[in-house]
Design a protein around this ligand. Structure first.
Ligand SMILES: [Zn+2]
Length: 282
């Protein structure tokens, strides 16, 4: 089983995770820029983080045979802090970089007027830089958040096929499918979407335009839930080809729209050669 995790925050994960992911079949990941928990108070904190997403983290992933790409944006939560607003001004230079395959994650956290402005501005950047967009949906008041998200996407003029609306569930899946956007599902260990629930959604709505991710980060999460979903699909009667479509070819097609996805020499079998180069780094 070859796996492309289209949304995972590897900066928050350990080398043990990379080893386990590689052994489970994860060959490629996309790491979206997001909220790190501790509020940032200056633009410099963001540029150091963005540099790490396009520099250090792809290097670290490479030690384990995992191909790493990033999406870059001002996240919805910090869009509310006026000290972070100037991050919008530095985004264009990151959106030109080779390893950046989308603008993200953008969208709504609490649906404030500040979030409205920053969301629209970043969709405009996606259009300008001819990149897809990764859109986060709020964990509270999800149905209303998705409705408003889809309205802003339409207004921006970006093609629906260039947008993935993420963190969907049974309540929000239909509206996003009908919009023509891609459907993103984050599989969590004990809340929200689980592998069995994901399988039921795949039975009901099919495998087209569906991306399954672990969204693993600094909170309770599990980078192997993509693999667990693939296994649950097989147990429910889906074919190997169905699993390959959902866990590999769909994310390749979606992020491939950037023209920057580099999957050359990604092997069918794990090849990580250990992490000696990463020892002693502090
Ligand atoms: Zn995320």
């Amino acid at each position: 089983m070859r796996i492309f995790d289209p949304h995972i925050h590897m900066t928050s994960r350990t080398t043990d995770d990379y080893e386990r992911m590689a052994a489970a079949g994860v060959r490629a990941v996309v790491e979206p820029a997001f909220w790190l928990g501790q509020p940032r108070t200056s633009v410099g904190s963001f540029t150091d983080y963005f540099d790490s997403l396009v520099g250090w983290e792809p290097f670290r992933a490479g030690q384990f045979g995992v191909r790493h790409h990033a999406t870059i944006a001002l996240n919805p939560k910090e869009a509310n802090d006026p000290r972070c607003r100037a991050v919008l001004d530095v985004l264009p230079r990151y959106l030109e970089k080779d390893g950046v395959v989308a603008v993200g994650e953008i969208g709504y956290d609490s649906m404030t007027p500040e979030e409205d402005e920053v969301f629209a501005a970043q969709l405009a950047l996606a259009v300008e830089h001819e990149l897809p967009a990764l859109v986060h949906t709020p964990h509270r008041d999800k149905a209303r958040g998705v409705e408003r998200t889809l309205a802003v996407v339409v207004e921006s003029g970006i093609g629906a096929g260039r947008v993935v609306v993420d963190h969907l569930n049974e309540v929000t899946v239909r509206a996003v499918r009908d919009s023509g956007c891609w459907l993103g599902f984050s599989i969590y260990p004990d809340t929200k979407m689980s592998p069995p629930r994901m399988v039921e959604l795949l039975k009901a709505y099919g495998t087209e335009r569906v991306l399954v991710n672990s969204a693993a980060d600094w909170g309770r999460s599990d980078p192997l839930l993509t693999r667990a979903t693939g296994e649950a699909m097989l147990a429910a009667g889906f074919t190997d080809d169905d699993v390959d479509l959902v866990l590999w070819r769909n994310p390749v097609e979606f992020y491939g729209q950037s023209g920057r996805l580099d999957l050359s020499d990604v092997d069918a079998e794990p090849t990580f050669a250990g992490n000696s180069i990463l020892r002693g780094g502090g």
